[in-house]
Design a binder for this molecule. Structure first.
Ligand code: HGY
Ligand code: MN
Ligand code: MN
Length: 422
């Protein structure tokens, strides 16, 4: 490295090590590996603990100090020459969906570690400190709300609200955090952040369809999640005439079709999904008396998301009266569409071009921790393609070169803001 040129020039040729990044991804993916090549590592399980412990070890080996906050977020801190400056942060999550993949979230965390390893190997110090964050329960699969750790960090909801949430077996977040030893000391949720960059696979088909390597993420869709309870009446499947039934599952089938219609009527960006369905008593010759189901609505602008909410509630009333059941709708997640910070988004685009990577502007259909961190600090995201746009599926896959490209854009973007010490 030419020590006579200004620091920024010295690092202009710095590149991350894609093979080392790939190996770390494969090593982490062994924790919770599934037979189909995916990862099932639900939030705050012992597998999550094992993955957290591995991250902490890698962070310490990279010379970081490590802090855990009261909701279990982990912050690996690489000191800057002026450690009083707010850190330039990156990170993502290492909890997965039940049928998750090796890259969703894990890539963003390990790309952050790779940035630190690259700077260490080159002997480069930054003026501002750098941090790599592991956010608790981004997926919202075992515990709701989604993006729980970053949501507490950004005061989107309180620590108390998060800690008291329970999974389907009745275990609370607080109990699960303690069980895995990641309940950090109580204290202020957030700490100052100079800027936040999150690298993530796109989890959709756009980059691959257009043959681009880097997604310059403009914004993320807003989301509303609901728990819906449908109360009919259990009765005998034989003697009960069709016109006398209060069939909760029949009502649910109307609602599933209605959720789809609400989104289809708002294509191309409107989204509506029913992912969870529980039937009571779930016996083949009993007319279902109860159904619990989830509803996930998403839209690129808040007015559309509000319209979808109103449409859902109106259709629930219609279905309830038509099917002679009661339908209770509880909203459990809401965040508005989140634009990212133009000057950081431009930096991502500029570095992608300077590094010779094809790039295009995209909107994220998925929620990410960056959505909440953007409430506190300038924030941008860097997307790379995933195979056939598939994610939240054990076959999720990505190209090592693409992952390395995203990591190089992350390195350059973080150095821009953190500054290279002379
Ligand atoms: O649901 C989402 O958008 C993210 O995967 N948590
Ligand atoms: Mn994710
Ligand atoms: Mn996900």
């Amino acid at each position: 490295m030419d020590l006579h040129s200004p620091p920024a020039v010295q690092t202009a040729t710095l590149r991350t090590n894609g093979a080392r990044l790939w190996q770390s991804l494969m090593d982490l993916a062994r924790i919770g590996a599934t037979p189909k090549g995916g990862v099932c590592r639900l939030a705050l399980t012992d597998l999550d603990r094992q993955a957290r412990d591995l991250f902490v070890r890698w962070a310490q080996e990279a010379g970081c100090s490590v802090r855990v906050d009261a909701i279990g977020n982990i912050f690996a801190h690489r000191a800057g020459t002026d450690d009083s400056l707010p850190p330039v942060m990156t990170g993502s999550h290492i909890d997965t969906q039940p049928t998750g993949g090796k890259f969703d979230g894990n890539y963003g965390v390990l790309a952050g570690i790779e940035v630190l390893r690259t700077l260490n190997a080159a002997g480069v110090r930054t003026r501002a400190p750098l941090e790599v964050a592991v956010w608790t329960n981004e997926e919202g699969s075992r515990f709701v709300p989604v993006m729980m750790g970053s949501g507490v960090f950004a005061s989107a909801f309180t620590l108390e609200h998060a800690l008291q949430q329970r999974d389907a077996q009745g275990t609370s977040v607080e109990e699960a955090l303690r069980a895995i030893g990641y309940a950090g000391p109580a204290g202020p949720a957030a700490h100052p952040v100079g800027a936040y960059f999150e690298a993530h696979i796109e989890q959709g088909p756009v980059l691959e369809k257009h043959g681009r390597v880097i997604g310059v993420v403009q914004a993320a869709l807003g989301q509303r999640w609901y728990d819906v309870k449908i109360q009919g009446m259990e009765a005998h499947a034989g003697p009960t005439p069709m016109e006398m039934r209060k069939d909760a599952l029949l009502a649910a089938s109307d609602l599933i079709a209605a959720v789809n219609r609400i989104a289809v009527d708002r294509m191309p960006h409107g989204r509506g999904t029913v992912g969870q369905l529980e039937v009571y008593p779930n016996s083949r010759n009993v007319i279902p008396g109860g159904v619990k189901m989830s509803v996930d609505l998403r839209a690129p602008d808040d007015t559309m998301l509000s319209d979808m909410d109103a449409a859902l509630r109106g259709l629930c009333q219609e279905i309830a009266s038509g099917r002679h059941v009661d339908i209770a709708v509880e909203q459990v997640v809401y965040f508005a569409p989140q634009p990212f910070t133009p000057r950081l988004v431009d930096a991502v685009r500029r570095h992608a071009q300077a590094l010779g990577y094809s790039a295009m502007d995209v909107v994220s259909g998925a929620g990410h921790d960056a959505v909440y961190v953007a409430r506190l600090a300038p924030t941008a995201m860097i997307f790379v393609p995933c195979a056939d746009g598939i994610s939240h599926n054990e076959i999720e896959d990505a190209e090592p070169d693409h992952l390395e490209a995203g990591c190089n854009v992350l390195l350059r973007s973080m150095l821009d803001v953190a500054g290279v010490a002379a």
